[in-house]
Design a protein around this ligand. Structure first.
Ligand SMILES: NS(=O)(=O)c1ccc(B(O)O)cc1
Ligand SMILES: [Zn+2]
Length: 236
């Protein structure tokens, strides 16, 4: 079942660096020492796109540093492993992070791991500086009834907003196992998508074809978690 019962199997759900959070811009601390982030995705080689039962995930080959994020709060380059989305139900909001209590229609997560310090993604996923997830808000435009269109795998490079200004804080995975291993980098500027594109997500199902009742995949987002004294830093 959903977020309210996760703590029974994953006590870390009530830990001190859980994600997502509500970001309150005027309460973030501007850190002039925070440099820009750089995304080297030019040779991004996606392998597949999967409905893993709670999101749609595009996985990448990660045998070397061909697709990395570096700079900003990161001490090493972090290797792109997969990206996936969180979204809401009919028209309602579905982002995980919120900004002054406001949520967006959806949120894209580009998941990277620290291959300098750790041998595998699995090992990095349990280390406090193991993962770096880039969060990008998707804002809905023309929330009209969309028609069915085919869904092209996103190339992350073409999905980025014009500005790479960001907020950053130490957090966790937002789905079980909820490891507190993520350096979050959330871009301030959303990208704009159409209801058509977002509507495609809702065609995805939580259920497999072997199950008889078809449960629509929606509202696969965890609500904001307590800040517990953490600082959220802002790039310029
Ligand atoms: N939603 S998230 O980006 O925090 C995330 C990323 C990876 C995994 B995982 O590899 O289990 C779970 C959640
Ligand atoms: Zn996610």
């Amino acid at each position: 079942a959903g977020p309210p019962v996760w703590h029974k199997n994953y006590p870390v759900a009530q830990g001190n660096r859980q994600s997502p959070i509500d970001i309150i811009p005027h309460q973030t601390s501007h850190d002039p020492g925070l440099g820009p982030i750089t995304l080297n995705y030019d040779q991004c080689t996606s392998i597949n796109i999967t409905n893993n039962g709670h999101s749609v995930v595009v996985e990448f080959e990660d045998p070397d540093d061909r697709s990395v994020i570096l700079g900003g709060p990161l001490d090493n380059p972090y290797r792109l492993k997969q990206f996936h989305f969180h979204w809401g139900g009919k028209g309602c909001h579905g982002s995980e992070h919120t900004v002054s209590g406001n949520s967006y229609a959806s949120e894209l997560h580009l998941v990277h791991w620290n291959a300098v310090k750790y041998k595998t993604f699995g090992e990095a996923a349990t280390a406090p500086d193991g993962l770096a997830v880039l969060g990008i808000f998707l804002e809905l435009l023309f929330p009209l009834q969309g028609s069915v269109t085919d869904f092209k795998a996103f190339n992350p490079k073409c999905l980025l907003p014009s500005s790479l200004h960001y907020w950053t804080y130490l957090g966790s995975l937002t789905t079980p196992p909820l490891h507190e291993s993520v350096i979050w980098i959330v871009l301030k500027e959303p990208i704009i998508v159409s209801e058509k594109q977002l509507g495609k997500f809702r065609m995805l199902l939580f259920t497999g074809e072997e199950e008889d009742e078809r449960i629509r995949m929606e509202n696969n987002f965890r609500p904001p978690q307590p800040l517990k004294g953490r600082k959220v830093r802002s790039s310029n």
